[in-house]
Design a protein around this ligand. Structure first.
Ligand SMILES: *Cc1c(COP(=O)(O)O)cnc(C)c1O
Length: 248
């Protein structure tokens, strides 16, 4: 085994921030419209502390238990945690304890359980609805045509502050395949804004990752979730996708 080349998190972060700024400029968008969510899954507290020292304040994690233990290890910081991966209903109580944001809401059963736990803890939570914009059967998220009905029922859960939508586009380097996923999201957002049943502003569109965040910004993303371009390649391939393989 050869040692992996050390990853310069601070330099990578600077590069990613520059690329986000350039993509905003190319799209004629204000830089303040797009936030970077560094995705720290599989990485330890040392690297997270480097990104924190470089100014990052919220980190994305796709597994709730991993996020929860990091929140304990890093309790001396001002870090906020965004859970971006599928959550089983029986883990809602863990998430309600520490998370500031949850981007993968995809069932009413989960919404009800989260609300119950959050109410008990006297906390609120920013949430996004995960949409399956690629139609791939292995991906989590609601089909685009079901989002309005789903969103219309979330008003019952007052601890959930519904901000918008999240998606994972098809995993491809071809913009002709990825772009339509992002367009579908903008379409769903427009439908929600026109809806008299789905209450909310629907401003957040969380889309774009290391491989496609510039394209996502061109299509209106407000939150890019970037892991590998900042922290380097992940060693655990199972940690990569938020897919069927992660169901248990
Ligand atoms: C891991 C992950 C990301 C980041 O992917 P990278 O390719 O490392 O940038 C974004 N969103 C979700 C839901 C993830 O699980």
């Amino acid at each position: 085994m050869t040692e992996a080349t050390p990853v310069d998190v601070v330099a990578n972060l600077a590069l990613v921030r520059d690329r986000i700024a350039a993509a905003c400029e190319a799209a004629g968008r204000d830089r303040s419209e797009v936030r970077l969510l560094p995705v720290s899954k599989t990485h330890g507290q040392d690297v997270i502390r480097k990104a924190y020292a470089a100014g990052e304040r919220m980190f994305g994690e796709n597994r709730v238990q991993e996020a929860e233990s990091k929140s304990v290890e890093l309790a001396d910081t001002l870090i906020q945690w965004s859970v971006i991966g599928h959550l089983q209903t029986n883990k809602a109580k863990n998430l309600a304890k520490f998370a500031d944001e949850f981007q993968a809401l995809d069932s009413l059963r989960l919404a009800a359980e989260l609300d119950k736990r959050l109410q008990a803890a006297g906390r609120g939570l920013d949430v996004m609805i995960q949409v399956n914009s690629s139609g791939e059967p292995q991906k989590f998220g609601l089909p685009p045509e079901e989002v309005e009905d789903f969103a219309a029922q979330l008003g019952a859960y007052s601890s959930l502050r519904v901000k918008g939508l999240m998606t994972l586009a098809v995993f491809s380097s071809d913009p002709a395949e990825v772009g339509p996923c992002f367009e579908r999201m903008v379409e769903v957002q427009r439908r929600l804004r026109d809806s008299d049943r789905a209450v909310g502003t629907w401003d957040e569109l969380s889309m774009g990752m290391s491989g496609d965040f510039e394209l996502a910004i061109a299509h209106g993303s407000t939150c890019v979730r970037v892991g590998q371009a900042i922290f380097g390649a992940r060693l655990d391939p199972n940690a990569y996708w938020n897919t069927q393989a992660a169901r248990d």
